[in-house]
Ligand binder design. Structure first.
Ligand SMILES: Nc1ncnc2c1ncn2[C@@H]1O[C@H](COP(=O)(O)OP(=O)(O)O)[C@@H](O)[C@H]1O
Ligand SMILES: [Mg+2]
Length: 245
């Protein structure tokens, strides 16, 4: 059974067909890369899966259950977490507090089974693993862009997701920061986490993806093995035709 299934998903904003009948699936443990020109519907797709945006028609199914009817809290409970295209950390909470908030929300909603690990334990472990201990008590504004991103990804991980949706995780980063985030994504992939990653940096995406999905004008232009899919003439044309985003 596929982990995530999009079945003829449409998201229309008035006359704008941001997503216009998209169907594909992501397998358990798969890292699926998503590319497409600016305005092709990539962010809308993650918004639709994470219930930030209302789906006009169609269905999103996660581990066999339709998620398009769940509210965002229920969604986190079934194990879907995301990051946003721009940094969205709470500015007056420390790195540790930002991550704790996510971990505690998750815990409350799942009840307090005796064997469940405490949120603080989960957070301490994640912060150590992703080298955030040194900046534990810093406010986001004092951190580099790359480190803020790392905090955001760890915040999403603190909800112990089954599916992680990332919208342009390395946008605006320098080489070292990109490599750092890419390495984290590789590790999460090795852990078996199912991921859907939108990224502008095609080379980075090709280096980590199991499969590539290409959107154009709200429709699926191509999907398949990453290198071969990126080389398809229609994919090359879509990229050369407009500015990328
Ligand atoms: N909330 C919204 N209201 C109206 N139009 C929107 C909204 N969100 C996105 N769009 C439009 O939907 C299309 C796809 O946008 P988006 O999903 O952000 O593209 P991408 O992430 O691929 O650059 C664009 O034409 C954009 O202007
Ligand atoms: Mg976008």
């Amino acid at each position: 059974m596929s982990a995530l299934v999009l079945d003829d998903v449409k998201v229309h904003f008035g006359g704008v067909r941001a997503l216009d009948g998209v169907s594909f699936s992501v397998e358990q443990g798969e890292l699926c890369g998503v590319v497409g020109p600016n305005g092709s519907g990539k962010t809308t797709m993650i918004n639709a899966i994470s219930r930030v945006t209302k789906i006009t028609s169609g269905e999103v199914t996660f581990q066999g259950a339709p998620i398009s009817k769940l509210n965002p809290y229920r969604l986190s409970r079934v194990g879907v977490a995301r990051t946003f295209q721009g940094i969205r950390l709470v500015p007056d909470l420390t790195a540790h507090e930002n991550i704790m908030v996510a971990a505690e929300q998750k815990d409350r909603r799942t009840g307090s089974a005796g064997e469940r690990r405490a949120p603080s334990v989960i957070v301490d472990e994640l912060m150590e693993r992703f080298a955030l201990d040194p900046i534990r008590d810093e406010l986001p504004g004092a951190l580099s862009y790359g480190t803020q991103r790392r905090v955001e990804i760890v915040r999403a991980l603190a909800t112990e997701p089954q599916l992680l949706l990332l919208d342009e995780p390395v946008a605006g980063m320098n080489h070292a920061e990109r490599d750092e985030i890419t390495q984290i994504l590789r590790e999460l992939h090795d852990d078996g986490l199912t991921m859907l990653i939108i990224e502008h940096d095609l080379r980075m995406l090709l280096s980590i993806s199991d499969r590539l999905v290409v959107l154009n004008f709200g429709k699926l232009l191509a999907e398949g093995e990453p290198q071969a899919t990126a080389k398809l003439p229609e994919v090359q044309r879509a990229y050369l035709g407009g500015d990328r985003g």
